[in-house]
Design a protein around this ligand. Structure first.
Ligand code: ZN
Length: 412
C-alpha cells in the first residue's frame, strides 16, 4: 500500500493498516456488517455504554496481532515463521465475521454456530472470499483452518486463539472501557513486550508473569461483574423466548402480520450465506418492533418487554427444589401466564484459566507457558499462587427468572 491507513480507536489509540489486502477486507460488505452487531449483545440494558460493535473488536484483535508480529520481526526471533504474517493478520481480522445478531441467543434457539458461518463467509462466494482468493486460490482455506484451529504450524493458531490470545486481550479491555467498569484492565503493552515465539508455541518471559496474573484476574472479574450480570441474563432470556415463540408459531402455521425475508428460512434453519449476511441487529430491532403489534399475546408481550426494558425479575436459589418450581409453574398458569415463556431457571459458571491436562485437544485450553532464564518452559499455575487460586471451575449460582408484574415478589 502506498500509504498506511490509520483508524482512531479508544482502546489502542490507533490501528494501523499497512497491507492492501487488510484494507480491502475491511471494506467488504460482510465485514462492514459487523458495525451493526454489538460486541456484547444485550449488555447495553445493564451498562448503557456497551454499544460497541464487533467491527471495532475485530479491528482491535487485528491490531494486537499486528503488534505482536511486529515485535517478533524487530527482534528477529528465529522461531517465528515470517511467511505466515499475512495469514495470521487476516485470520485475526476475520475471526468473528460470522457472528449474527445477538449471537448466543440465536444460536441457542436455532442451533446455528457463528464459527460455521465465519468459515462459510471466508470460503464462499462473498466479497471476503474474493479478496482472499486474489492472494492465492488456497488462501481462504488456510484462513478457515486457522480459525478452526487446525492449521499447521500451530503457532499461528495460538496467536489468534488460546488462553492468552489477541481475541481475549482485546475484548477484555474493550468491554471494560465501554461498560465503564473499573476492573478488566491490565498492562497490554507489557504483555506484548514479554511475548515470545518458542519451539512452536507462544510463550511469556517469566519476568512478565505478574502482568499475565493481572490479565487472568481481569478475566475473572469481568465474567462475574459484566458477562454474567443477572440483568443481562434476564434480557437474554426474554430474547430467547421471543425467538422460541416465533419459531413455534411459524411451525403451527400462525399468520404473521410481519414476516420478512429471511426469517422463514431462519426458522427452519435453511439460510444461505447471502441470507445470513442480511441478518444484523438493526434488522432484528425492526422485527421486534413490528412483532410487538402481533395478535399473538405472548409474542407481542415479550417483544414489548424487550423493547421497553421491562425485564424479568430474579431470585437466587441456593439449591434447586424441583417440587417448588413445579408448584410455581402451576401458580403461573393460574395467573394466566405460560411458564414455558415466563419462567426460567438459569445458571452461569466460568473457567478463568484452565490448567492443562495432557492430551487436551482444545487449543483454547493451551496452557500459558513461562520461559525462564535457563530456556525452560513452566506452566504458569506451577509458579503463580494467584493463577492456582482462580484455576478450575468457578461455580455460579442458580437464578430463577419471572415477570414481577405477574407474580409479585417471589419468596423461595
Ligand atoms: Zn472475538
Amino acid at each position: 500500500m502506498k500509504e498506511e491507513k490509520v483508524f482512531k480507536d479508544p482502546v489502542h489509540k490507533y490501528i494501523y493498516v499497512q497491507d492492501a489486502v487488510i484494507w480491502e477486507l475491511i471494506n467488504t460488505r460482510e465485514f462492514q456488517r459487523l458495525r451493526r452487531i454489538r460486541q456484547l449483545g444485550t449488555s447495553f440494558f445493564t451498562f448503557h455504554g456497551a454499544e460497541h460493535s464487533r467491527f471495532s473488536h475485530s479491528l482491535g484483535v487485528y491490531e494486537i496481532t499486528r503488534k505482536i508480529i511486529s515485535q517478533f520481526e524487530r527482534n528477529h526471533y528465529p522461531d517465528w515463521p515470517k511467511e505466515e504474517r499475512l495469514l495470521a493478520l487476516c485470520a485475526a481480522l476475520l475471526h468473528d465475521v460470522g457472528h449474527g445478531p445477538f449471537s448466543h441467543s440465536v444460536e441457542e434457539v436455532f442451533g446455528t454456530s457463528h464459527e460455521i458461518w465465519t468459515c462459510a463467509i471466508i470460503l464462499g462466494d462473498t466479497e471476503v472470499g474474493e479478496v482472499l482468493r486474489r492472494l492465492s486460490p488456497d488462501f481462504p482455506e488456510k484462513v478457515a483452518q486457522v480459525i478452526e484451529k487446525k492449521y499447521s504450524p500451530q503457532i499461528v493458531v495460538s496467536l489468534v486463539s488460546s488462553q492468552l490470545d489477541a481475541d481475549r486481550m482485546d475484548y477484555l479491555l474493550r468491554d471494560a472501557y465501554f461498560t465503564g467498569v473499573n476492573y478488566g484492565t491490565f498492562d497490554l503493552e507489557r504483555i506484548l513486550r514479554v511475548t515470545r515465539p518458542h519451539q512452536g508455541h507462544i510463550v511469556i518471559k517469566e519476568s512478565g508473569m505478574h502482568a499475565v496474573e493481572d490479565y487472568l484476574m481481569s478475566r475473572y472479574q469481568m465474567y462475574w461483574q459484566v458477562y454474567f450480570h443477572p440483568v443481562t441474563r434476564s434480557s437474554e432470556i426474554i430474547l430467547r423466548k421471543i425467538l422460541l415463540r416465533a419459531k413455534r408459531l411459524y411451525e403451527q402455521e400462525y399468520k404473521f402480520q410481519f414476516l420478512i425475508h429471511p426469517l422463514a428460512r431462519l426458522f427452519v434453519n435453511d439460510l444461505t450465506v447471502e441470507d445470513y449476511v442480511q441478518l444484523d441487529e438493526s434488522f432484528m430491532q425492526l422485527v421486534f418492533t413490528q412483532w410487538s403489534m402481533e395478535e399473538d399475546v405472548i409474542l407481542s408481550d415479550l417483544c414489548r418487554r424487550f423493547l421497553n426494558r421491562k425485564l424479568f425479575k430474579y431470585v437466587t436459589l441456593e439449591q434447586i427444589d424441583e417440587e417448588r418450581i413445579e408448584q410455581l409453574r402451576c401458580e403461573m398458569r393460574a395467573a394466566g401466564a405460560d411458564p414455558d415463556y415466563y419462567l426460567e431457571l438459569d445458571f452461569a459458571s466460568d473457567l478463568p484459566y484452565d490448567v492443562y491436562r495432557p492430551g487436551d485437544a482444545d487449543e483454547k485450553k493451551l496452557p500459558i507457558l513461562l520461559l525462564n532464564e535457563k530456556d525452560e518452559l513452566v506452566e504458569i499455575s506451577l509458579r503463580s499462587e494467584i493463577v492456582r487460586s482462580i484455576s478450575g471451575i468457578h461455580l455460579g449460582r442458580h437464578h430463577l427468572y419471572y415477570p414481577g408484574d405477574v407474580m409479585g415478589e417471589l419468596k423461595l
